[in-house]
Design a protein around this ligand. Structure first.
Ligand SMILES: [Zn+2]
Length: 538
């Protein structure tokens, strides 16, 4: 039975994530202020918890162990007193309030949430009293029901990050009674723990603006390295086979006979339908930290991307689903949210995630960098078929060409033009645009400026991408997804002001100005790009 409570005051005073989610036909019958089924599961589960064992008196009397108390935590630590450590219980209490806001929960229902925590420098001091829950080693952190253990870190930011990470696990387990699927629960702990403190106020889930803001975290650098290694592996492919079909618990990418990644030891991971999302970036050096980085990246992406944010934020309430259904549910939520069919939702998620991962950087500007799928020329215009391409013109020499306008302050923009594999196309870009406004205005043309590089090319240079035909077709007409994901990866080309390109793939042409996804804000202006089919030349 579903219990429904409306907490009007709570609804009005707190800017809730779910405040405007009424009436969306997504199979989610959750209503604002109601106790969701997911919370009822959490309530039922924790009602069966046994109280924690008393800690040994000798441990409590240990002169090197301090006790730091907050409303929602008691923290035992051998780390000597300093503001960053002594402040942790207060940070934990703020985290609980912030998590209630994030998930849209009534804080009053989480009044009794209480955790026993250990912040450990010298493991021996704790292990001799048998308070480590059976652990022999601990490098980062661990949580079990309402206990957390965190290893001391020399970096203040990263110390808090790990502490919050385990705190999020403890809270979500308390609230929803579940700690799987792995990608979601670890990703959420990672994403939410990525924090800021402004004037003493804790803010969770902040995308890092620069290295020093998240000192010691290094998730962005890890993803950049994984993507680079993956691209290199693709470039050096032995027989061209990139097997991205994932079955069961095994997440693996094969290039020829070489297994880039084989994480069969991670049998606990049930990534369901989202398995391939991870496979595309992991290079298999076997470090768990890389898997955490990918979970962090994926959840950060989902929580920030304008196309997925709303659907993603409803997911916590579907933790009642099986792990496989949970991944599917996410796709369904996206499909309902955006009023597109399920396969189109899945495809757009893949394409967007791939683009984000390739271009990830500090201060990533999600709204400006998001791929613009609105086709300027109408979906699927083809230079060789004038009847379906409104904007295709013939010039005096009888050459067929088409022209699109590309904004300098946005990521990939769909031309609407379909290019055919192994045909030659001439690109001519005209106009100039602003690339920066400080310390002075920087103007550039489509060949870019060679004093600064991004992705191996000068900033300002015109770039092209083809999303291959099967995907392009699916994007346009929402056809059935094909089994093979081999053609998933887009084809890229650095174009500049004047170039000829013979793509290897059939597909929709996207264009953008080369500039990091964190510096689009200060761009301004457009360029005009003429695309001409060389075969039509006389
Ligand atoms: Zn974790």
């Amino acid at each position: 039975m579903r219990r429904i409570f409306l907490f009007i005051l709570f609804f009005v005073t707190i800017n809730r994530v779910f405040a405007f989610d009424f009436g969306i036909d997504s199979g989610v019958e959750f209503e604002v202020g109601a106790i969701s089924d997911a919370e009822l599961v959490g309530e039922r589960m924790r009602s069966k918890w046994q109280p924690l064992d008393q800690l040994p008196k000798a441990f409590l009397d240990e002169p090197d162990i301090r006790q730091l108390k907050g409303k929602h935590i008691i923290l035992y630590t051998d780390v000597k007193s300093c503001a960053a450590v002594d402040n942790l219980p207060q940070i934990f209490d703020q985290m609980v309030s912030e998590l209630c806001v994030y998930f849209g929960l009534d804080l009053g229902r989480y009044d009794k949430f209480f955790v026993r925590g250990f912040l450990i420098d010298d493991m021996v001091k704790f292990s001799k009293y048998d308070v480590l829950g059976g652990m022999k080693e601990l490098r980062y952190g661990y949580s079990l029901r309402n206990q957390i253990w965190v290893r001391y870190q020399s970096t203040e930011y990263y110390q808090r990050h790990l502490f919050l990470h385990e705190g999020v696990h403890a809270f979500m387990f308390y609230a929803f009674g579940k700690s799987t699927p792995f990608w979601y629960c670890e990703g959420m702990a990672e994403m939410l723990a990525t924090h800021k403190i402004d004037d003493g106020k804790l803010r969770l889930g902040c995308f890092p603006s620069n290295v020093s803001a998240t000192a010691g975290l290094g998730r962005i650098e890890t993803i950049q390295r994984l993507v680079k290694n993956f691209d290199a592996a693709i470039d050096n492919k032995i027989d061209g086979k990139v097997d991205l079909n994932i079955g069961g618990n095994k997440v693996g990418v094969k290039v020829g006979n070489k297994i880039i990644n084989d994480v069969k030891d991670m049998g606990v991971i049930d990534v369901g339908d989202l398995g391939y999302l991870f496979s595309l970036g992991v290079d298999g050096t076997g470090e768990r930290v890389e898997l955490y980085a990918m979970c962090w990246g994926f959840v950060m992406f989902c929580d920030n991307h304008p196309r997925y944010r709303a659907a993603f934020r409803r997911l916590a309430f579907r933790l009642t689903d099986s792990n496989t259904d949970f991944a599917r549910r996410f796709i369904m939520l996206i499909s309902c949210e955006r009023k597109i069919d399920v396969e189109a939702a899945r495809l757009s998620l893949e394409v967007d995630w791939n683009d984000f991962r390739r271009n990830i950087c500090y201060g990533y500007d999600f709204s400006r960098a998001a791929i613009d799928f609105n086709c300027q020329l109408g979906a699927g215009a083809n230079l060789n078929n004038v009847s379906i391409a409104n904007n295709v013109t013939k010039n005096n020499d009888n050459n067929l060409s088409s022209e699109v306008v590309i904004r300098a302050d946005r990521g990939w923009q769909c031309s609407g033009l379909r290019l055919e594999a192994n045909r030659r196309y001439n690109f001519t870009a005209t106009g100039s645009f602003q690339l920066a406004d400080k310390p002075a205005i920087w103007k550039s043309e489509a060949n870019g400026i060679t004093i600064k590089y991004n992705q191996g090319a000068p900033v300002g240079k015109l770039c092209a991408m083809i999303i291959s035909d099967v995907e392009a077709k699916k994007l346009e007409s929402k056809l059935q997804v094909l089994n093979s994901r081999k053609s998933l990866l887009p084809e890229y080309k650095i174009i500049g002001a004047n170039a000829t390109w013979k793509p290897q793939k059939n597909g929709l042409l996207f264009l953008k100005i080369n500039d990091p996804a964190n510096s689009l804000k200060d761009n301004n202006g457009n360029i005009s790009v003429k695309i001409q089919d060389e075969k039509e030349k006389k």
